[in-house]
Design a protein around this ligand. Structure first.
Ligand SMILES: [Zn+2]
Length: 241
């Protein structure tokens, strides 16, 4: 299957689960606004949808001969597991790749002197970071590794997984993802890494203070994304013309 056929098929699956919403008004994680939204949570609970998307992702791995597939936290782990299994089923003559995950670990925020940073209630602030646990760092040295991800937004999560894999001595050969939503390109992951998103959706995004949708008074979607918190803080936009 060529890339355009893969993309068409993946879009059909995402659309069948109403996972791509267009022509609305959303607030994204980083605070930007825009008209489109990819709702991974609409598809990943459906095993058939996830199965078919993983099957398409595994298609890209045929010539990469991965020894390890790794994903970040819950959904990334499911995807890594599915892709590893699909690849094994498609390539029974090749050695079975291991499916690993990177955990999200809470830690206490500290200043440069090692003192705890407290919130306005005097409680320590808890942050989270990605970490290789479960002894998985020992499995990565010298291995050909593929990173699996659902949606690449800014690429920050995948870049951190790539960094952890390299720190453990693994050789990252590719990143596969369901959707590339941002401007992320293969070079962002370093030399020698292929990047295979099933679907690339170029979504316009605007800083909140210059959002044209706000300017025309379009109501913010408070069901998906971070719209509810934005509306609590700022109210719905009003058409001032
Ligand atoms: Zn807006």
């Amino acid at each position: 299957m060529d890339q355009s056929a893969i993309e068409r098929k993946a879009l059909q699956i995402l659309a069948a689960h109403n996972a791509v919403v267009t022509g609305d008004h959303f607030v994204y994680t980083a605070g930007d606004h825009g008209p489109d939204y990819v709702n991974k949570n609409a598809v990943t609970p459906h095993v058939r949808g996830t199965y078919h998307l993983s099957l398409l992702m595994a298609e890209h791995l045929r010539f990469l001969e991965p020894q390890i597939i790794i994903g970040a936290v819950a959904v990334g782990a499911v995807i890594a597991d599915q892709i590893a299994w699909m690849y094994s089923a498609q390539n029974p003559d090749k050695p079975e790749p291991l499916a690993l995950l990177v955990d999200k670990v809470p830690y206490l925020a500290r200043d440069e002197h090692g003192q705890l940073i407290l919130n306005e209630k005097g409680e320590p602030i808890i942050l989270e970071r990605l970490e290789l646990k479960r002894g998985y760092n020992k499995l990565l040295a010298g291995q050909r590794v593929v990173v699996g991800e659902d949606i690449v937004n800014t690429g920050a999560t995948v870049k951190e997984v790539v960094r952890l894999v390299r720190e453990a001595g693994g050789i990252v050969v590719a990143v596969v993802a369901m959707v590339n939503r941002g401007e992320t390109v293969a070079a962002d992951f370093g030399d020698g890494v292929e990047f295979y998103p099933l679907v690339t959706v170029k979504m316009p995004r605007f800083p909140a203070n210059v959002c044209p949708l706000c300017a025309e008074g379009r109501q913010i979607n408070t069901t998906l994304g971070h719209g509810a918190a934005f509306v609590r803080a700022h109210g719905q936009p009003r058409n001032e013309f």
